[in-house]
Design a protein around this ligand. Structure first.
Ligand SMILES: [Zn+2]
Length: 352
């Protein structure tokens, strides 16, 4: 039987590692951006978050520009470069702050690091920004994607052509211990036949629509034969909301959410249970959940070591925004493999 462990309170008490602090800061920035969508301060904030994500060391190394990060005149977190505004002065007069502001001790030049890029690359502000974007830190790259999403996102998702489930599909679901007819009805499952063109990779699979506010925003195609890749998610460019920016089954959540990894885990655990759709989770998923005003959250990932590590990291991140966060640890396997009896016990225990 599964055991519960580790109760996470509200940070800062539980936020022990630097990476969690940074993740919470990033999330906070995103939330502020979201809350101020129509405020005049938006533009300024957006600029700042881009700057935070700009990996200046990567940029300088790429351009073969010398810099120093330690020494008697270097403040921790800052780096020093030669000031191009002073001419050929080789003595690292210009400091770059952790927020990516430049300032020269000698000639007094101040401003955003974009000013520096514009000068050394002899380019426009727009071009400088583009260059900076090429060196956005991967761990904060959602800041970049966020904007791209808003521009190019389709308003509806076109699902591959599909029909009613066939006997093979029912058998597959029954063999996994599900009430196939019930799962089919509840989760609006259908099956693809031979798909054409760009959809051909989704052929002969169980089609699982992903709904948010009762509208399909994405889908995944599940293979009922073991010889093929189990899940094929809808391409990000095609989805209304990309898979790694949402949780599957979110509409069933009231004030308590049980977070699991995959759709079959959700089918086992039922209402209030949501899936991260894969092993890793993203900041955008955390933000998606925080917006839902969930009061209690339980994380129940697969029993294996790496999944548990990720569960812990997700729980710690959520604990900055959700009052009650707990990890529910399984001794073996994944939630999808639990018996109905065990699933029921857990549901009663966490009251979903
Ligand atoms: Zn200078």
């Amino acid at each position: 039987m599964p055991s519960k462990s580790i109760v996470h309170g509200v940070w800062p008490a539980s936020v022990v590692k630097l990476k969690n602090v940074l993740a919470n800061i990033a999330l906070f920035i995103l939330i502020v951006l979201e809350l101020r969508k129509r405020s005049p301060a938006l533009k300024e904030l957006k600029g700042k978050s881009y700057m935070l994500a700009f990996d200046i060391e990567a940029y300088l190394q790429n351009r073969g520009i010398e810099y120093i990060t330690e020494g008697k005149n270097v403040t921790a977190g800052w780096l020093e470069i030669n000031c191009p505004f002073c001419g050929d002065d080789p003595s690292f007069h210009m400091g770059v702050s952790p927020e990516r502001w430049i300032s020269c001790w000698r000639c007094g030049t101040k401003g955003s690091v974009l000013k520096y890029i514009m000068f050394v690359e002899d380019c426009s502000y727009g071009k400088a920004k583009k260059i900076a974007m090429e060196f956005v830190d991967e761990t904060l790259s959602h800041l970049k994607i966020e904007d791209r999403d808003e521009i190019y996102r389709p308003s509806k998702v076109v699902l591959p052509e599909s029909k009613k489930l066939l006997d093979d599909h029912y058998n597959y679901l029954e063999n996994r211990g599900f009430d196939a007819k019930e799962i089919e009805r509840k989760y609006k499952l259908t099956a693809t036949g031979k798909c054409r063109g760009i959809d051909s990779k989704y052929s002969y699979r169980i089609l699982v629509p992903v709904l948010v506010n009762r509208l399909p925003v994405s889908f995944t195609a599940l293979s009922h034969t073991s010889s093929r890749q189990r899940y094929l998610h809808c391409e990000d460019s095609r989805a209304v909301i990309p898979m790694k920016s949402l949780f599957y089954n979110i509409d069933s959540v009231r004030d308590t959410a049980l977070i699991v990894e995959g759709v079959t885990d959700v089918w086992r655990m039922g209402d209030g249970c949501i899936a991260a759709m894969g092993e890793v989770f993203t900041i955008k998923q955390v933000l998606f959940l925080v917006r839902r005003k969930v009061l209690r959250c339980f994380v129940m990932f697969d029993a294996e070591y790496n999944a548990q590590k990720r569960a812990k990291s997700l729980a710690e991140m959520l604990s900055g925004f959700i009052k009650h966060v707990e990890i529910y640890e399984l001794e073996i396997g994944d939630p999808g493999e639990l018996s109905e009896e065990e699933a029921k016990k857990i549901r009663q225990d966490i009251r979903i």
